[in-house]
Design a protein around this ligand. Structure first.
Ligand code: ZN
Length: 69
């Protein structure tokens, strides 16, 4: 069995595709191993599309960021 979920939300730091500043997002690891959603940059407020990948065994989270539109 995979590692037990310690918590539901995983705090991650991503880099804005627009202004390149880093900001924190919270990934709901129970929402699926592949997730895509939009998050506004906390610095410049422009929309970023986050592609979240969660390793099913280690639950390691990786996030690809691309600009919306
Ligand atoms: Zn930004």
């Amino acid at each position: 069995m995979p590692v037990a979920l310690k918590h539901i939300e995983e705090e991650q730091v991503v880099r804005c595709a627009w202004c390149l500043h880093e900001f924190e997002v919270y990934v709901d690891v129970t929402a699926g191993l592949e997730q895509t959603y939009m998050e506004e940059c906390q610095v410049c407020s422009r929309p970023n599309v986050l592609h979240v990948h969660i390793d099913p065994e280690t639950l390691a989270v990786s996030i690809d960021v691309e600009p919306e539109g």
